[in-house]
Design a protein around this ligand. Structure first.
Ligand code: AKG
Ligand code: FE2
Length: 266
């Protein structure tokens, strides 16, 4: 059963969950003037990964300067009032229901994997964060990428990475151009799907002491890169928590975030 998350996507038989207008709300936010958007940057939140990041940004905690997307990270950990008005209706009306549904799915997977102790820590010490991602349309020309210096023009819209999560739930399904790395290190194209899709994050790797590796993934630049949205829901330890691996290693939430981010230190 462990093979179900081992270097692969778990495409469940559950239909994708509704987005309740979130893509349009996110696009509206991303099309506001820079000065407006800057009020919601991560540095203003100072909590976990919460807040806004934009293409070309040098100091985002969750994307690199070469990545060609806007992301807005929402979580259980910041007060709803801190988020922009565009995202308030989703947060107020749908966040609780979405994260409840995701928790049920995550619990079922962890239990089926025989990871009872991790399931208990997930239940008691983890919350959720959503990376709501908007990839603006790109011109068809090879180097004509908005906000990106020509030397950084890339075949990718999102660079390869593992997630900081315990599990990542693509609750709205999987969009085109998503790729993941198999056990041989080869990049595979994921089939777009209107199902809930789940994969392992680095916290699952840490808590299983390496038994279940985090899935590396990225987004390629397709033939005609139009507007693209994705919604990745991460289960994450809450501020102030301490987690224990199967082998008995301990880590605090804050050290976990630092350890995850240190892989991008030069
Ligand atoms: O855009 C995608 O399909 C993937 C997004 C992603 O990997 C992330 O938000 O961590
Ligand atoms: Fe990711």
């Amino acid at each position: 059963m462990i093979a179900a998350l081992h270097h692969q996507l778990l495409v469940t038989d559950l239909p994708a969950l509704p987005l309740h207008g979130l893509p349009a709300a996110l696009r509206n936010f991303c099309q506001r003037p820079t000065a407006y958007r800057e009020d919601f940057q991560q540095s203003r939140f100072g909590k976990a990964f919460d807040g806004y990041s934009y293409p070309g940004q040098e100091d985002s905690l969750n994307q690199g300067p070469e990545d060609q997307l806007h992301s807005f990270v929402l979580s259980d950990f910041s007060p709803a009032l801190h988020y922009p008005p565009e995202l308030q209706p989703f947060l107020r009306q749908h966040w609780a229901e979405l994260t409840r549904a995701a928790r049920v799915i995550e619990q079922r997977i962890l239990t089926e994997l025989g990871l009872e102790d991790i399931a208990r820590q997930h239940e008691e010490r983890c919350g959720h964060m959503l990376s709501a991602n908007y990839y603006p349309p790109l011109p068809a020309g090879a180097n004509a990428i908005a906000n990106i210096a020509p030397q950084k023009a890339s075949a990718l819209r999102l660079s390869p990475h593992p997630d900081v999560s315990l599990l990542t739930v693509l609750f709205a399904g999987i969009a085109e151009d998503f790729q993941y790395q198999d056990s041989r290190g080869l990049w595979l194209d994921a089939e777009p799907a209107d199902k809930v899709v789940v994969f392992a994050g680095e916290l699952l790797q840490w808590l299983t002491d390496g038994a279940i590796p985090a899935l590396n993934h990225r987004v390629k630049r397709g033939e005609n890169p139009g507007e693209r949205f994705s919604f990745a829901l991460f289960s994450l330890p809450a501020p102030g928590a301490t987690l224990v691996s199967n082998a008995g290693r301990h880590i605090t939430t804050e050290d976990w975030y630092r350890l995850h981010l240190s892989q991008w230190d030069n």
